[in-house]
Design a protein around this ligand. Structure first.
Ligand code: KG4
Ligand code: ZN
Length: 346
């Protein structure tokens, strides 16, 4: 089954064709990230205008790369929320039109669940640290599983008992993990998006006795919620106490990354043990972080739980994860009535 997936929730325009939820026949992504750099964050109006400009060329390119005509497409899928309304509308109205014009079923996908299904695309147990991927046809994620979604807008823990069966366990009460990376980067005078910049600056430092003390937010307690605004404020206060030298900034970047990752890992492992799951899947832009990948892997080994990350390319927004997710979802939408939902819940 060939599914065409479209992703336009924020500043990426992604169109992909994926066979049987696993094999990527084409995957084209355009990003307007460079247009937002000078503003230090995504400008919704600019992102939406770029979506309009590139959606049709990207769609044509995805079909051409897969060497496919529209008659070989079995269904069309689209992320219809959560996200920025202007950006979402472009993808949603495009797929509604295509579904009618091509007479294909339309599968609506929650963007966050799409991030989770990036792990099914080309199952890899190498955490992006090496290059060899496990043969996707021999390996599958065993349920029950815990999904950790860490993106620019969300930090969610979800229990998955089967395809399409999700239970929300907890989420961020304030800033999402990616948002905190972006804001701390700005405090440290690093460009947007901040996650990869902090990772680069933190490098391989390991300040065992750091002179900077950062709070470990909500690491304890019975719940599965997160809070990252306190640690962001702590970095802000540090930067105001005295000017940070470049080596101070590297140390703060390392400390921040270390603390956020440890909290994410601790809560994920706690959920995994409580619900006695077989697997952990991690998705969203922050899943591109190699430090998180490595530390998560180390903890997973201790507890004998298999951990899955998408390859780095599929951690950030793309159409392939939407097409992969759609293969496992049974819900269809009417091409006349599907509506973009910026605050879509699970
Ligand atoms: O999933 P995504 O591409 O878009 C949303 O759905 O939000 O995530 C973007 C977020 C940004 O906050 C970005 O800073 C963060 O993912 N990010 C990273 C890394 N790469 C991207 N955070 C930490 N380390 C990275 N290597
Ligand atoms: Zn995303």
């Amino acid at each position: 089954m060939n599914i065409l997936g479209i992703e336009t929730t924020c500043d990426e325009t992604g169109v992909a064709i994926v066979k049987d939820g696993r094999t990527i026949l084409s995957n084209v992504v355009a990003s307007s990230v460079n247009l937002h750099k000078k503003y230090g964050g995504v400008v919704p109006e600019v992102a939406a205008r770029e979506q309009v400009r590139v959606i049709i060329p990207i769609l044509k390119e995805a079909l051409a790369k897969a060497k496919m005509s529209t008659s070989q497409i079995d269904a069309i899928a689209c992320a219809y929320g959560p996200g920025l309304i202007g950006s979402l509308l472009i993808g949603v109205e495009t797929v509604k039109t295509l579904a009618i014009a091509w007479n294909k079923p339309l599968i609506p996908i929650n963007h966050l669940i799409g991030h989770v299904y990036a792990c099914w695309l080309e199952l890899t147990t190498d955490y992006g640290l090496q290059t060899t991927a496990v043969d996707s046809r021999q390996s599958t994620v065993d349920f029950p599983a815990i999904a950790l979604i860490v993106s620019g807008g969300h930090t969610d823990l979800i229990l998955i008992t089967d395809h399409g069966k999700f239970q929300f366990l907890g989420g961020t009460r304030d800033d999402a993990a990616g948002e905190a990376f972006d804001k701390v980067a700005r405090i440290l005078d690093l460009p947007y998006p901040g996650g990869p910049e902090i990772e680069k600056l933190a490098g391989d430092y390991n300040f065992k006795q750091s002179k900077f003390n950062l709070p470990k937010p909500m690491a304890l307690g019975d719940n599965f919620d997160f809070s990252f605004s306190g640690i962001k404020t702590a970095v802000f206060n540090l930067s105001k106490e005295s000017p940070l030298t470049s080596s101070d900034k590297a140390e703060v970047a390392f400390k921040f990354q270390d603390t956020v990752c440890k909290v994410l890992i601790k809560k994920t492992q706690k959920a995994a043990l409580k619900f006695q799951v077989k697997s952990i899947v991690v998705g969203g832009g922050v899943a591109a972080n190699k430090f998180l990948r490595q530390k998560m892997q180390e903890e997973g080994k201790k507890n004998n739980i298999q951990i899955y990350f998408p390859s780095i390319e599929f951690s950030i927004d793309n159409g392939a994860m939407i097409a992969a997710c759609a293969y496992y979802m049974s819900k269809k939408a009417s091409p006349l009535f599907l509506k973009a939902d910026p605050s879509l819940h699970l």
